[in-house]
Design a protein around this ligand. Structure first.
Ligand code: FE
Length: 197
């Protein structure tokens, strides 16, 4: 670990072991690398972020829960059973009509695993990590979010101590929907801040 509490650069011992195992298993014809990619993709985009989506939907439908989430996100998220590694200290930031939040880890790839699963490749990329801070509006535009000049853009730099999750704005016209249907609308990128919901 570095002095900032971030994992050191380069491959960790675990990553090296995983790569070695993957290479050997592939060489022996025991696994198909595409099948492994598909599993990772599942965790990145589907299984992991469903937890965060449940948190968001609960906050949209239960104002007392939302108040708890905004004051102590770690405890409120744990109420729904989501806790553990890389989610020990959670902070939730709320998008409003005038504020848009964007989450990044400028040093590496800190990410709230219990609510979002594994970080996507672009989140770990050097261009996203540097440009999200220097030019957040430009980055958001590339993700298809064109913010008005009056919108206040806030960038949150995740680190070993704190992990951020965005509470997106509840979409218009969803007043009649229950928590389950609302959760289905919430995307991973919506909770990173690179998409609206
Ligand atoms: Fe990091």
């Amino acid at each position: 670990m570095s002095e900032h509490g971030h994992p050191r650069r380069g491959l960790t011992d675990i990553e090296l072991k995983v790569r070695a195992l993957e290479a050997i298993l592939t060489e022996k014809g025991l696994v198909d690398p595409r099948a492994l990619d598909a599993i990772v993709e599942q965790y990145e985009t589907r299984i992991g972020p469903r937890n965060g989506a449940a948190v968001v939907a609960r906050a949209w439908t239960d104002s007392a829960y939302k108040a708890r989430l905004m004051s102590d996100a770690t405890a409120a998220i744990a109420e729904l059973g989501y806790r553990g590694l890389q989610g020990e200290n959670m902070v939730v930031v709320e998008n409003t009509a005038t504020v848009h939040n964007l989450v990044v880890c400028t040093l590496c790839s800190c990410y709230p695993w219990p609510v979002l699963g594994l970080p996507p490749v672009w989140y770990k990329s050097a261009p996203y990590r540097s440009r999200a801070v220097i030019d957040p509006r430009g980055v958001l535009k590339e993700f298809g979010i064109d913010l008005s000049v009056t919108t206040d853009v806030r960038v949150w730099d995740s680190n070993a101590e704190l992990r951020y999750m965005v509470l997106p704005m509840r979409p218009r016209g969803t007043e009649g929907l229950g928590a389950e249907k609302l959760a289905a609308l919430v995307t991973r990128d919506g909770m990173i801040g690179t998409a609206s919901v």
